[in-house]
Design a protein around this ligand. Structure first.
Ligand SMILES: C[S@@+](CC[C@H](N)C(=O)[O-])C[C@H]1O[C@@H](n2cnc3c(N)ncnc32)[C@H](O)[C@@H]1O
Length: 220
């Protein structure tokens, strides 16, 4: 086969794979009870139930008055936070646009931008009790690259939490399996009384995501 024939063949196969994968995604969405429940409950994402489940287990939102939501879009976690602790002040950030949520200050910017931490700190106007991050880097399909990019986000989120949490505060972050490598765990153990992992039932079994929950911030 000629070079251009081979290229065309590869393009056709890639397009076919993409279309098969979007059909699978659509099928999964249609059959997913959490997607149906989110629609019924008015939540913008099925991810809302991950926070609800982890909150039931770890009491993350109990007594929180200032909450930071890193990777807020489309807004499910902040909706849950506002519903369960209506008096709490919530500040969120995302690369993507997020439809407004009453009582929530939202920044559309990259959390890795030098200006982002200051913008969040100023909007909060004080230390927070809960820093939660559901951020995940866009995957490129190369395991090590994906792992490193997501770890970069988690580490930046952890440092933000260390600098902005009140004593006793909580840090919750999404990590990829094997993602809480020793450096991150050591950092969290140094600054928090307890560090645990959770895979809430709403997190798809096939997905490599986990959550790390660090509670009892020891203070700066
Ligand atoms: C799984 S979604 C969050 C879902 C959200 N917890 C909810 O319940 O609706 C992850 C979000 O992280 C955001 N994100 C990824 N990298 C980011 C970055 N560097 N700065 C800000 N947001 C980021 C993505 O744009 C995406 O919207």
């Amino acid at each position: 086969m000629s070079r251009s024939g081979k290229d065309k063949d590869t393009r056709v196969r890639t397009a076919k794979k993409r279309s098969e994968s979007s059909t699978r995604w659509l099928q999964r969405q249609l059959n997913d009870p959490y997607v149906k429940q989110a629609k019924a409950d008015g939540y913008r994402s099925r991810a809302a139930y991950k926070l609800i489940e982890m909150n039931e287990k770890f009491g993350l939102l109990k007594g929180a008055s200032r909450i930071v939501d890193l990777g807020i879009a489309p807004g499910g976690w902040s909706q849950v936070a506002r519903k369960l602790v209506p008096k709490a002040q919530v500040v969120g950030i995302d690369l993507l646009e997020t439809e407004p949520i009453e009582g929530v200050t939202i920044f559309q910017m990259d959390f890795m931008d030098d200006e982002a931490p200051r913008a969040l700190e100023e909007a909060l106007g004080g230390k927070s009790d809960l820093v939660m991050s559901d951020m995940a880097a866009n995957t490129v399909g190369h395991k090590q690259t994906d792992h490193l990019r997501t770890m970069g986000l988690v580490e930046a989120a952890a440092w933000f939490a260390i600098e902005n949490l009140d004593k006793g505060g909580t840090f919750l972050a999404k990590v990829l399996a094997g993602g809480t490598d020793k450096d991150l765990l050591d950092l969290l153990k140094k600054h928090f009384k307890t560090v645990k992992h959770a895979k809430p039932p709403a997190s798809r079994k096939g997905s490599s995501e986990w959550y790390v929950i660090a509670q009892g911030f020891k203070g700066g």
